[in-house]
Design a protein around this ligand. Sequence first.
Ligand SMILES: Nc1nc2c(ncn2[C@@H]2O[C@H](COP(=O)(O)OP(=O)(O)OP(=O)(O)O)[C@@H](O)[C@H]2O)c(=O)[nH]1
Length: 301
Amino acid sequence: MNVNNLIARHRGTLIIPIVIANVILLANLASGDTKSWQELVWLDIAGEGGAALLALLWIVLILNSRPGGRVTRMLVAGLSGIFLSYWQDVMDEFIRLPDAIVWDHWLESGAMPVGMILLTLGIYHWHKEQQAISAQLIRRERIFREHRSLDNLTPLSGAHYLREQLKRELSRPDQPLALIMLDLHCFDHSRRLLGPSDSDRLLKELGELLLLNLRQQDLLCRYAGDRFAIVLPMTQQAEADRIACELQQAVRHFAFKTRRGESHFMTAQMGIAVAHDDDACSLIERANQRLPGATASWQAA
Ligand SMILES: Nc1nc2c(ncn2[C@@H]2O[C@H](COP(=O)(O)OP(=O)(O)OP(=O)(O)O)[C@@H](O)[C@H]2O)c(=O)[nH]1
């Protein structure tokens, strides 16, 4: 946990419970008498003090794992209420307040339920937020399932994973399956123009772009170099043609930004094969051969 970073990001949110805790401490000291050593009940101090410290720790953990914003503020406000209620409880163990004072009871009994309500609302909105994030990530889930076969640049799965997945898909009888091979046009020229670092980033960003244009069930792999493979389960020729066309448009309109801030445009060529009594290798071979200018010997690394 980087404390400096945490303080820099959430200074405003952190400072409020700390200032209130100090005000409560001063108010107790100003209004009451300190208890003698013999009067202290150590079990209560440990229980209430421990609970206050835990609530404080939760605040720090939440701030450390979340960006700022409404949901984070709600969670912190809820936990702050719980923390301040326990904090006043601990004060009672050290300082005796006159019977005429009632604000300590209000603080002890009021801050806890208010804190709980705010925390519940915060958790509810966090859950909603997480659902939205999960919906975004679900398309990538297939890619991250097999970490062993990830390509270390993009990171998409490679040719080996592609063959495994094709074998699995082709073993299901009577289910149409299409494969698109997408090859960047003249990427060698782009690589020389952009340099190794920018051209690597281009491949990475292009992978992201392609993913965004695919359906949930589709699988994107980096077959080799500047060639991507897209497995389209339950897909006939017409649908595969439409998806290939959309991907081609997406690549064409992608304005990659170089480190110098210039836009670099690419085009892609497609080879589409729909499975008919194929095994994984023959389907890949046919899709590769349908790329414009393809040679039969083209193989993944
Ligand atoms: N930056 C970068 N370049 C790569 C990577 N893998 C392969 N390349 C480059 O990709 C280029 C592929 O070149 P070619 O196979 O000739 O393809 P092309 O230039 O697109 O030619 P056509 O496909 O015929 O249009 C080569 O220059 C490789 O060095 C990589 O991981 N990063």
